[in-house]
Design a protein around this ligand. Structure first.
Ligand code: SF4
Length: 378
């Protein structure tokens, strides 16, 4: 039976971070109960009960899922397990922002079946957290990790950001040093991007936001990789590092262009060659579910050529690259034969490498993903 991921979206936050363009809102706490009922109803739809696949990972993300109480989140997990065929050893992750979960909540989550916690640290220095518009202090990250471990969580991940204006190389290394000192198993490190619709985007338009110099930003990335590898964290994707065996199963499925179902406002799905996005507005999502109307805002059929291109682009974000056998089994042709010229050109530029089993990006290829994409687009 094929394997899929299940994503559940919780679009509520205490405060909007200045860099955030995710589907999340503040000041809508009055809708939280109605949202939970709507989400449960979406999970229980016939469409989901007909899914013929095994769910190997569940990811509750947001927004800030841990704004809900532990009981409510446990109930949503329970409903998900009843509605889908979930593997007994599925990876079950939840995102948590420091300051939104105490030890009782974390204990409840662990006891109800969550086995992976992804904590948004972002930076260790409080002045950078303030600049980013985060609600927490680094001390609250420390509390959250300690409580999570006491509750039973072993698989803990932290998210961090580099390339923040005003951040020094020392700040960045201190953030990484602090994060790994808590014996976490996984780390996602993203370069700050100014996305449309964010506070930083407004500031940039007004000339109030000075982006970090490219050389320093790249230096942070490369020094970060060196440091993390020296501490036993292997880079398995451009921005993701894990101790062996702790790679995120849910995200690996995305990068292997696997299928997934998303429920909740703004959630995306990719199933049976259709990409679908739910309506982003919380109010509209609740209303449509109550009226038994479709919550799909957008859907697109993915043809074979698009699927091939996406599989290449996503797979070449992974250090292991693309397995030649898995590719041939999926598409019925030999990757290195059809794309021999493209692969050769990229190999000559030092961006791709090849062995008997796979084609994978080099360290330089990680820096120039757009060049790889352009080559295959031709
Ligand atoms: S906590 Fe996360 S989802 Fe919420 S505003 Fe900040 S970055 Fe966005």
């Amino acid at each position: 039976m094929k394997k899929i991921g299940l994503y559940l979206h919780f679009p509520f936050c205490v405060q909007k971070c200045r860099y955030c363009d995710f589907s999340s809102w503040t000041g809508k706490e009055n809708l939280m109960n109605a949202y939970l009922s709507a989400l449960a109803k979406e999970l229980e739809t016939d469409q989901n009960s007909k899914v013929k696949a095994e769910v190997s990972s569940i990811f509750m993300g947001g927004g800030t899922p841990t704004l809900f109480d532990g009981e409510a989140l446990a109930k949503v997990l329970d409903i998900s397990i009843k509605c889908f065929n979930v593997e007994t050893d599925a990876e079950i992750s939840i995102e948590c922002n420091p300051g939104t979960a105490d030890i009782e909540k974390l204990r409840k989550l662990y006891d109800s079946g969550f086995n992976r916690l992804s904590i948004g640290l972002q930076a260790w220095q409080d002045h950078l957290l303030d600049f980013l518009g985060r609600i927490h202090r680094s001390g609250q990250f420390e509390d959250t990790v300690n409580w999570a471990k006491k509750s039973g969580f072993l698989n803990i991940s932290a998210d961090v950001i580099y390339g923040i204006p005003g951040q020094t190389l020392d700040d960045w290394m201190e953030t990484l040093e602090a994060a790994v000192s808590y014996d976490i198993k996984h780390l996602s490190a993203y370069s700050l991007k100014v996305e449309e619709g964010t506070v930083f985007y407004q500031w940039k338009k007004q000339g109030r936001f000075k982006e970090m110099d490219d050389d320093l930003e790249r230096q942070m990335y490369h020094e970060g990789i060196k440091f993390l590898e020296s501490r036993g964290f292997l880079q398995y994707e451009i921005s993701n590092f894990a101790q062996p065996g702790y790679e995120s199963r849910h995200n690996l499925n995305y990068w292997m262009n696997g299928q997934y179902i998303g429920c909740g406002s703004g959630a995306h799905s990719y199933y049976n060659n259709f990409r679908r996005a739910n309506i982003a507005s919380i109010e509209e999502y609740i209303k449509r579910i109550e009226n038994r109307e479709s919550v799909t805002a957008y859907q697109e059929a993915i043809d074979r050529e698009t699927e091939i291109f996406e599989t290449l682009m996503l797979g070449l974000r992974l250090k292991a690259g693309i397995s030649k056998k898995a590719f041939a089994d999926r598409f019925g042709f030999v990757l290195e034969e059809r794309y021999s010229m493209e692969i050769e050109r990229l190999r000559k530029q030092g961006l791709l490498a090849e062995d008997k089993d796979s084609i994978y990006p080099t360290a330089k290829g990680f820096d120039f993903q757009n060049k790889i994409a352009l080559e295959f687009l031709k």
